[in-house]
Each structure stands twice: as structure tokens, then as C-alpha cells.
Design a protein around this ligand. Structure first.
Ligand SMILES: Cc1ncc(COP(=O)(O)O)c(C=O)c1O
Length: 341
């Protein structure tokens, strides 16, 4: 694959920042980074290459750790991708909407135009239609499972896009752990223009630690590595992330619980006369259409319950996005909604 078709040319030869320590392995007296010598949990810079984290994630997802980059949340990875591939005020990205807002925001921050590709009415993709609209884009952002659509894009459609789009196809799998679907990571070997994003912020319970993962071809990952700040993930976060990843059964148990709560909540919501649709969900949230979402939103807010108003997004008219909480939180939500009757 010729990366110059979607990587900004000056980055191909750019010399990244190198810390003296990343070239030295083993015990040593560390006088290279102007840190405080007095020991505490925090006096040393963290591992800039996040070795342990990438090793563990590599085993978990059965992928070479050299194909993984760690970001300060997946939001940092989204920004890195745009900066790696798009010349400000020249290049474009394509965003299949409705979707996660940060693709468009990151493009805007970088002065990169984001072309909107609307999904069909039932939030499905017409791949041929998408392909005709994105020919001059460097990146295509797809969220799978979708936020806020909560549905899954069939793998065959993703493969067709990978085969026919010359730019980078970014599949954001933030909600992968809740879904019963194959990860697109398995397509990496066959498709060097694929990039997959996952995060520890959802099923793994570490939103505050800010740890996201990017999976891509080794050459492309090394270009992203030159752009990212060397110490982008704190030592505390790396430690917490390693700890969480070593307990996949805890994540699996919590995911099962959330999915079970989701089914109960979806049923209760669909029985309310002012709910017109509960979209099926492969995520840890429900997209719900109301007769009048604004009045429901305000009522919940007054009760002290915050949900996400998605009604201004195309295809999401009168929709609120509701995260699945604990059994008690979900019960309180339903009680509050019942008071609206
Ligand atoms: C689809 C999607 N991608 C990425 C993110 C951001 O994740 P992170 O916390 O890893 O930055 C979110 C957060 O809601 C999301 O919904």
C-alpha cells in the first residue's frame, strides 16, 4: 500500500521526538529527563510507547502490538488521524451521519472540511451511494456499533468500502464490547487502508483514565507515533488500564449485566404511551423516540436525571439517548417517566 495516497507527504520523512529513555531498557540511574530524583509514584515520566498496555491489548485482540497505538482517549486518536492525513483548508473527510460529534469537531479544529453522508431512514448504509460521494476525501469515519444509532454495520459493507475507497476507512468500535459482532481488527491484514478505534471508556469502566486504542498497519501506526505527544497517557492511567485489561472476566460480567438491564429498560420504555420507538441497541445506551422529546428532557432534568438530547440530528427527530445505568438508576428513571403520564 502506498501511504502517500492518504498521509500528508511531509510526515513521511519527519523526524519524531525521541526520549533518551525509550532507547534504553533495564535498570539505570536516570539523569536524562530533568525529573525530580526524589521517589514517589509520580516523579518519573511514563512509558511513551505504552509497551505493557499494547502487549496486553495485542494478546486480547490477537494482533501484533506494533499495529497498536495508545491515545489519551480515542478522542486523541481521532485528532491524530485528521492531522496525519489532512492538509488544513485543502483536504476533506467524510462522516456518515448521524454519528459521534467529535469527528466533525476535530475536522473543524484542524480547518478540514467534513462532508456529511446521511444514513438511510432506518440508519442503514447504501454503500454504492456512499462511495460516489467520498471519492475526493482522505478519511471516512464510520461508527460501529453506531452512536447514537446503536446499530451494527454488516462486515460485508465494511469490506466493500475498504476495497473501493482509496483513502483511510476509520471504524470506531467504542461500543464493540456490548455487541455481538466481529471486530474489524480481523480485516487489518487484508486491508492496509483500515484503521480501527477502541476505548476503555465504556465497557471497561475507565472513562476518567482517558485510554483509547488505534489499530492499523505498522507503517501508518509509526507515522501516528511521530505526531502524538511522547507522554500522552499518564503513568496512573497506564497502570489502571493494565489492571483493568487483566480482568476481562469482570468486564464481561458487567457487560452482561448492562445488556440485561438494557432489555428490561427497553421493554418498560416501549410500554409508555408517549414513546413512539425504542431503537434496537448493540451498545450500552438506548435511542428512544418520544411524541415530544423536549418536554421529556426538561421533566427528567427537573427530576435530576440527565440524558442526551439528540433531537437536532438528522434522522433523530424527537429522540433522546439514554445510557443504561444501574438497576436502581434505571428504576428511578422509569418512575420519573411514569410521573409524566
Ligand atoms: C463513538 C465514540 N467514539 C469515541 C468516543 C470517545 O471515547 P474516549 O473516551 O476514548 O475519548 C465516544 C464517547 O462517547 C464515542 O461515543
Amino acid at each position: 500500500m502506498n501511504y502517500s495516497t492518504f498521509v500528508r507527504p511531509h510526515l513521511l520523512t519527519l523526524e519524531g521526538y525521541r526520549s533518551a529513555r525509550s532507547e534504553y531498557i533495564g535498570e539505570a540511574i536516570l539523569l536524562d529527563a530533568n525529573e525530580s530524583p526524589y521517589p514517589s509514584e509520580l516523579n518519573r515520566y511514563p512509558d511513551p510507547n505504552q509497551h505493557t498496555l499494547r502487549e496486553i491489548m495485542g494478546k486480547l485482540r490477537i494482533v501484533n502490538p506494533d499495529k497498536i497505538i495508545v491515545g489519551n482517549g480515542s478522542d486523541e486518536i481521532i485528532d491524530l488521524l485528521i492531522r496525519a492525513c489532512c492538509q488544513p483548508a485543502v483536504d476533506k473527510v467524510a462522516v456518515v451521519e448521524p454519528t459521534y460529534g467529535m469527528y466533525r469537531v476535530c475536522a473543524g479544529i484542524n480547518n478540514v472540511e467534513a462532508i456529511s453522508i446521511p444514513m438511510d431512514r432506518n440508519f442503514s448504509l447504501n454503500v454504492d451511494n456512499v462511495l460516489t460521494q467520498i471519492a475526493d476525501c482522505k478519511l471516512l469515519f464510520l461508527c460501529n456499533p453506531g452512536n447514537p444509532t446503536a446499530n451494527v454495520i454488516p462486515q460485508l459493507q465494511i469490506e466493500k468500502l475498504l476495497e473501493q475507497f482509496p483513502g483511510l476507512v476509520v471504524i470506531d468500535e467504542a461500543y464493540y464490547d456490548f455487541a455481538e459482532m466481529p471486530t474489524s481488527i480481523s480485516l487489518l491484514d487484508a486491508h492496509p487502508n483500515l484503521f480501527v478505534i477502541q476505548t476503555l471508556s465504556k465497557a471497561w469502566g475507565l472513562a476518567s483514565a482517558r485510554v483509547g486504542f488505534g489499530f492499523g498497519a505498522i507503517e501508518f501506526i509509526s507515522i501516528l507515533g511521530k505526531i502524538k505527544p511522547p507522554y500522552n497517557v499518564s503513568g496512573i492511567s497506564q497502570k489502571q488500564a493494565v489492571y483493568a485489561l487483566q480482568q476481562p472476566e469482570l468486564k464481561a460480567e458487567r457487560t452482561r449485566k448492562i445488556n440485561a438491564e438494557k432489555i428490561k429498560l427497553a421493554k418498560m420504555l416501549s410500554e409508555l404511551h408517549f414513546v413512539t420507538k425504542v431503537f434496537s441497541s448493540a451498545t450500552n445506551f438506548l435511542l428512544v423516540r418520544f411524541k415530544n422529546s423536549q418536554s421529556v428532557f426538561l421533566h427528567l432534568k427537573e427530576t435530576g436525571i440527565v440524558v442526551r438530547d439528540r433531537s437536532s440530528l438528522a434522522g433523530c427527530e424527537n429522540c433522546l439517548r439514554i445510557s443504561i445505568g444501574t438497576a436502581d438508576e434505571n428504576k428511578t428513571l422509569i418512575e420519573a417517566l411514569n410521573r409524566l403520564k
